[in-house]
Design a protein around this ligand. Structure first.
Ligand code: ATP
Ligand code: MG
Length: 192
C-alpha cells in the first residue's frame, strides 16, 4: 500500500487519550494517509527501569482503541519481530512489505532530544522526517541535524505513568483513556 505514513511508536502501557489526540493531530497537520501506532515489543531504553506489561496486552488495547478512528492504525510489526524494538528496522520492514517511502517519525516533546540515541540514528535521520508534538511539561525543541517540524498538539496532560498510578490507587480513569482500555482492564489485571 502506498501513501504517506507517520510512525508513532510507543510502549502504550496503556494507550491513553493523549496518544490518540496526538496521532490524529499529526495526521491532520502533516496531511498523512495513515498514522501507525507502533507498539514496542521491548522498549529497550525503558525496560531496565520498570516491569512492562506483556506486549500482547498493550497491542490489544491499542488495536481496540483505534477501530473507529480514521487513518489511525495499530501496527504489530515490532511485536511480531520480537526482541528489542528499533524504529530503523520498522522503517525497513514497512518499505519492504508495503512500499512505504519517506515516512514521518512522530514523537512527543519529551523524546525529541533523545533521537540521537536511537539505534542507527545516522541512517534514521536520512530516511525519515520527524514531527515533534507539544506535550505539557516538556519544552518544544527541535532536534539539531534532523529534518524536523514542531506541531502544537491538544496538550492533554495525560501519561501512561499517571494512568497506572491512578489504577493502583483505585481511581476512575474514564477521563484519561479510551473505553477499550477500561474494558480490557476489566478482564486483565495489569496495574494493580
Ligand atoms: P510513560 O509515562 O509510561 O512514559 P507515556 O504517556 O509517555 O508513558 P509512551 O508510550 O512512553 O507514553 O509514549 C509514546 C509516544 O507518545 C512518545 O513519543 C510520547 O512523547 C508521546 N506522548 C505520550 N503522551 C503524550 C501526550 N499527552 N501528548 C503528546 N505526546 C504524547
Ligand atoms: Mg513516555
Amino acid at each position: 500500500m502506498h501513501g504517506s505514513v507517520g510512525i508513532f511508536g510507543g510502549t502504550f502501557d496503556p494507550i491513553h487519550l493523549g496518544h490518540l489526540a496526538a496521532a490524529s493531530r499529526a495526521r491532520q497537520d502533516l496531511g498523512l494517509d495513515r498514522v501507525l501506532l507502533v507498539v514496542a515489543n521491548d522498549p529497550w531504553q525503558k525496560s531496565p527501569e520498570r516491569t512492562i506489561s506483556p506486549a500482547a496486552d498493550r497491542l490489544a488495547m491499542v488495536a481496540a482503541s483505534v477501530v473507529e478512528i480514521d487513518g489511525v492504525e495499530a501496527c504489530d510489526l515490532e511485536v511480531v519481530r520480537g526482541g528489542p524494538s528499533y524504529t530503523i528496522e520498522t522503517i525497513e520492514a514497512l518499505e519492504n512489505a508495503q512500499g512505504v517511502v519517506d515516512p514521518w517519525i512522530i514523537v512527543g516533546a519529551d523524546l525529541s532530544l533523545t533521537l540521537d540515541s536511537w539505534e542507527r540514528a545516522a541512517e534514521l535521520k536520512q530516511r525519515a522526517r520527524v514531527a515533534v508534538l507539544s506535550r505539557p511539561g516538556s519544552p518544544l525543541r527541535l532536534p539539531g541535524g534532523w529534518r524536523a517540524v514542531a506541531l502544537e498538539s491538544d496538550d492533554l496532560d495525560i501519561s501512561s505513568s499517571a494512568v497506572r498510578a491512578a489504577v493502583r490507587r483505585g481511581d476512575d480513569i474514564a477521563a484519561m483513556v479510551p473505553a477499550a482500555v477500561i474494558d480490557h482492564l476489566a478482564r486483565r489485571t495489569l496495574y494493580a
